[in-house]
Design a protein around this ligand. Structure first.
Ligand code: 9PG
Length: 474
């Protein structure tokens, strides 16, 4: 363990953290405040690292890969690592009376760790993130404009809904590059080749028709998950991650019950993942959103106990990439962040957007700040601005429709403005038929690709941390 003492009064400092995976909080807060900690175990699994979850004590902040402390004038300290592809780099800052104790623990192969004092935290963090990105062979292709089925159709998506929207987008001259089918086409989690009853066809029937309309076909998969009702689970119980009790380890609660994850240290699992990547490529999909990836990285008993969990995760995504081919565009989601660099092209850098500005009650009563809301998605993605050196950031979709939404006109406009600051992928999920002239105009604006902005200062105002970007203040 590495340890440093910062001889500075904690009251004058703010802390910048980045949580474990896409959906975990990243934020800039007064150091003496309390990092929100989930009350229930399933929320830890789905938004945090159960091996390094927030402690819930006031003045104690935990962060993965990087952590920074900043004074009011923007000077301070930045902590980072020289490679985090196969190692979890776990930072903690602890306010202790008149000083701060900072520790860094590594889980995985030894890597260099640095802790630097700097007159300019923003510049040092950006320089470090860029250095880390190039050391980890970051892929940062051009950003894409994506229509995704999730945030309006959810699991009820059909083949016809995909085609209707693609046709309408073409008629309206909307500049999407990709049309991406999300969760709902498959019979079960793990049974990707079997269609769901309601989908009205097979996922392999779609790509050619999307291409004929001029779009790149995209598909969602949760390649590391298996539901207990799936054929995958029934046929290969020995492929699942297990708990200390020898039973398959539940890695979350969704889809009406617990779900399990594949053990990516098992050679047969790696072969299956390669084959899955190759199969969806064979169907004609070249844009692949791979989701719930954190599942393969949780603490558990593995087939090969000599492989650390960050390394096991990395082996899993590398196997999928091998099958999908070097030219597939891979978007990671629900994924350990730095450990994906060099394998993914883009990464969701926050929790899900929802057609509601915020849902405070989940944060306040359940201690869970990873719930879907426009505020949570944008706040988190903004706090990870420097990660655009690691992959194309995906701040999630804009919402331009008035219907099927609780967002007001100023809220929809605010989302559009913040997406412009964040840069990276540009996406929408609005049923095109629901957009009136105003909605279409806003969507066209949201689809304009911009480069990420950078904060010009970080400051405390009335006890709250504020980040100033040249195109806005958040
Ligand atoms: C599909 C969706 C969409 C979305 C992803 C992801 O904690 N949870 O239970 C939880 C459920 C869904 C979720 C995130 C967290 O959303 O981010 O874009 O693809 O899966 O199921």
């Amino acid at each position: 363990m590495h340890k440093w003492t910062v001889n500075e009064a904690p009251e004058g400092l703010k802390v910048l953290i980045s949580g474990f995976q896409s959906w975990s909080e990243a934020e800039l807060q007064p150091l003496t405040a309390r990092q929100v900690a989930p009350s229930y175990h399933w929320q830890v699994e789905q938004g945090h690292d159960p091996g390094f979850a927030p402690s819930g004590e006031a003045g104690v902040w935990r962060s993965h890969t990087v952590l920074a402390l900043a004074r009011e004038d923007g000077s301070g300290w930045v902590g980072g690592a020289l490679d985090a592809t196969r190692t979890f780099v776990q930072w903690e800052a602890r306010a202790q009376g008149d000083h701060v104790t900072v520790t860094c623990e590594l889980e995985g192969p030894e890597v260099g760790v640095l802790w630097e004092e700097t007159p300019d935290v923003i510049a040092t963090l950006e320089a470090h993130a860029a250095q880390l990105g190039s050391a980890m062979h970051a892929r940062t292709p051009a950003p894409l404009r994506v229509w995704c089925s999730w945030y309006s159709y959810y699991r009820a998506v059909t083949l016809d809904a995909m085609l209707d929207n693609a046709r309408l987008a073409r008629e309206q001259g909307l500049d999407f590059d990709v049309f991406q089918l999300d969760d709902g086409f498959q019979a079960d989690l793990g049974d990707w080749e079997l269609p769901s009853a309601h989908f009205g066809g097979h996922a392999r029937d779609l790509p050619e028709r999307l291409r004929a309309l001029g779009f790149t076909p995209g598909i969602w998969l949760a390649p590391f998950l298996a539901s207990p009702t799936s054929q995958l689970f029934a046929q290969h119980p020995d492929w699942m991650l297990r708990g200390e009790d020898g039973q398959p380890l539940p890695v979350g609660q969704n889809w009406g019950g617990p779900y399990y994850a594949l053990d990516t240290t098992h050679p047969e699992v790696l072969a299956w993942l390669r084959n899955l990547g190759a199969t969806v490529r064979g169907w004609g999909y070249t844009y692949l959103k791979i989701d719930f990836l954190y599942g393969a990285s949780l603490p558990s008993v593995r087939h090969d106990p000599s492989v650390g969990r960050a390394q096991a995760y990395r082996m899993g995504i590398e196997a999928f990439r091998e099958g999908a081919g070097p030219d597939a565009f891979i978007l990671g989601c629900g994924a350990p962040l730095a450990q994906s660099v060099g394998v993914v092209d883009a990464m969701r850098t926050g929790p899900d957007v929802a057609p509601i500005w915020d849902e405070e009650s989940r944060r306040v009563w359940l201690g869970d700040g990873t719930g879907p809301s426009a505020r949570n998605a944008l706040h988190t993605a903004l706090s990870r601005w420097y990660q655009s050196a690691w992959y194309q950031p995906d701040p999630d979709v804009a919402i331009c429709r008035r219907e099927l939404s609780m967002l007001s006109t100023p809220e929809r406009e605010a989302i559009a403005g913040m997406l412009d600051v964040i840069g990276g992928l540009r996406a929408s999920s609005d049923p095109i038929a629901l957009l009136n002239d105003e909605g279409l105009e806003l969507l066209r604006r949201c689809l304009q690709v911009s480069t990420p902005d950078r904060p010009v200062s970080l400051s405390l105002r009335g006890g709250a941390a504020v980040t100033h970007f040249s195109r806005g203040e958040f």
